[in-house]
Design a protein around this ligand. Structure first.
Ligand code: ADP
Ligand code: G6P
Length: 482
């Protein structure tokens, strides 16, 4: 598609004047069977949001390339300079798998799994955050805008400000920010809040999260705070909600391509030309409600409300954080349950569930979205959920029903979806049936409204809104052509 640089595409803008800092780089190394190293886009919402945004923008992305040992040197990706930060195997275990994904991730997602606390993990978190701050301080030019992303790097704003007070620093949290009762469990709660307050602007997905943060800052640090501003020594830190989005036009254009339509037809045929296809696409994560969804589907089959011959479920679940115990347990349980359901309800050549764990390219994902009569997005808690937005953007035919959890950030915006509470098994079953049996006119009206919303509220609108708040002087946006 045509390059429509967001911000952007201003040749005079140097790569070191806009620096994005995220634990993960937008590309991942995958060692092929022949031992060669191939690079591909890493699955996950943060990369899906930022990668299309920065493409062809003079910027630097500071992040981890996915392995251990010395950081590889990477070429620019679509004009963005990749600055790699190395992680040792201890850092991987204690920072990424430990503090980030076994302490913070569960606490920030309603503790749907038990968070773990280890002092060694905190040491690693500090050490890795310091390394990211130093790497950023090295690459950012005088007065640059630095945009720090997500829960892995909450100390970076504070550490970076100490190193480089000349920088304009933003922080954005892609995941939910929990209510005070949960956050207060964290042994290092004060340090984490202090770290975030090193930013000039702290952004969240939802207004409730900004409210939780303001309450905590007052409760833990004794600072005067509203849901918009916090006074920290001689500075004002702004806070607010900036719901992240997708490149709506790009997904719509992709889904509209003739080869995607052909692929969609072939996929439907390969699935046995069922009357209805239900699709779910998740990282294999306990926050995504995969087990609850399988149980609901299994009970619908058992009750005879859904017949394998007429309806199939396609569950894409790409493995994630595979060395973390809770993720291993989840994968085992999901695979056992898929096996049980297929064994009990499937027929020769007609499985009840098509279960796929591969990463797909965007074309294949778009084709899958196009055949989904019902897209079931039912996380127990999710900061946003970009899969829901991608599905809507891909339905250029205005067909397809989105079944969406009330506990996904996306529900606040996509209110025309069929909303369900995934903790309520009966409600989930009724929601699935309602979406399967909905009148085409109703489905169409809802989809049209959601598509119109996403055309306006796309990833560019998100970046514009965040960056114009961060850089109130307007300097950045002027330079970026915004
Ligand atoms: P999270 O960030 O928690 O993974 P999101 O729904 O916000 O959840 O984002 C997931 C992103 O990863 C989406 O852009 C989706 O298209 C992508 N993705 C999920 N599964 C796959 C897969 N099997 N192959 C490729 N991309 C995937
Ligand atoms: C979520 C997080 C991201 C993370 C992604 C994939 O979207 O908010 O920060 O990159 O999941 O997880 P991973 O652990 O593979 O980076």
């Amino acid at each position: 598609m045509a390059v429509t640089p967001l911000l952007i595409g201003m040749p005079e803008m140097r790569q070191s004047s806009l620096v994005v800092v995220a634990n993960r780089l937008p590309i991942n190394d995958n060692v092929a069977l022949d031992g060669a190293c191939e690079w591909r886009r890493s699955p996950g919402g943060l990369v899906s949001a930022l990668h299309p945004l920065l493409r062809h923008t003079p910027a630097t992305w500071v992040g981890w390339a996915g392995g251990t040992g010395p950081a590889p040197t990477l070429p620019d990706v679509d004009g963005v300079r990749m600055h790699t930060v190395p992680l040792s195997s201890e850092d991987l275990r204690d920072h990424y798998e430990g503090f980030a994904n076994a302490t913070l991730w569960p606490i920030y997602h309603d503790a749907v799994e038990q968070p773990e606390h280890h002092r060694r993990w905190w040491d690693a978190y500090q050490r890795v955050n310091q390394r990211f701050a130093e790497a950023t301080a090295q690459v950012a030019e005088q007065g640059a805008v630095v945009w720090v992303q997500d829960y892995h790097l909450q100390l970076v704003p504070g550490l970076l400000r100490a190193l480089r007070p000349d920088l304009r620093i933003g922080f954005f949290l892609h995941v939910p920010f929990p209510p005070p009762e949960l956050f207060m469990q964290l042994p290092r709660r004060a340090e984490l809040l202090h770290g975030m307050l090193g930013a000039d602007l702290v952004g969240f997905q939802r207004a409730q999260a900004a409210h939780n943060f303001a309450q905590l800052v007052t409760k833990v640090l004794g600072l005067p705070a509203t849901d918009r501003r916090i006074a920290v020594e001689d500075r004002i830190v702004r806070i607010g909600a900036f719901p992240v989005s997708i490149d709506t036009a790009e997904m719509a254009a992709l889904a509209d391509r003739p080869e995607v339509a052909d692929r969609a037809r072939r996929l439907r045929h390969d699935l046995g030309s069922p009357e209805q296809v239900i699709l779910s696409v998740d990282r294999m994560d306990y926050t995504k409600g995969i087990e609850q969804r399988l149980k609901a589907y299994s009970e619908l089959l058992e009750g005879g409300h859904v017949k394998v011959r007429d309806t199939v479920l396609v569950q894409v679940a790409v493995p994630s954080r595979e060395r973390v115990g809770q993720y291993q347990i989840l994968r085992d349980r999901v695979e056992r349950e898929v096996g049980r359901i297929n064994g009990e309800f499937g027929r020769v050549g007609e499985p009840a569930i098509h279960y796929l764990t591969q990463p797909f390219d965007r074309t294949e994902l778009a084709a899958l979205y196009r055949i989904a009569d019902v897209m079931a997005v039912t996380p127990l808690r999710d900061g946003m959920n970009l899969v829901a937005k991608e599905y809507v953007a891909a339905r250029v035919d205005d067909a397809g029903a989105l079944l969406l959890s009330e506990f996904a950030g996306a529900a606040a915006e996509l209110s025309q979806a069929y909303l369900v509470n995934p903790h309520d098994l009966e409600g989930l079953k009724q929601g699935l049936l309602a979406a399967l049996r909905a009148e085409p006119a109703d489905v169409r009206a809802r989809m049209q409204a959601m598509r119109a919303y996403l055309r306006e509220h796309d990833i560019r609108a998100w970046a514009r809104s965040y960056l114009s708040t961060l850089d109130q002087s307007g300097l950045l946006l002027t330079r970026l052509g915004g």
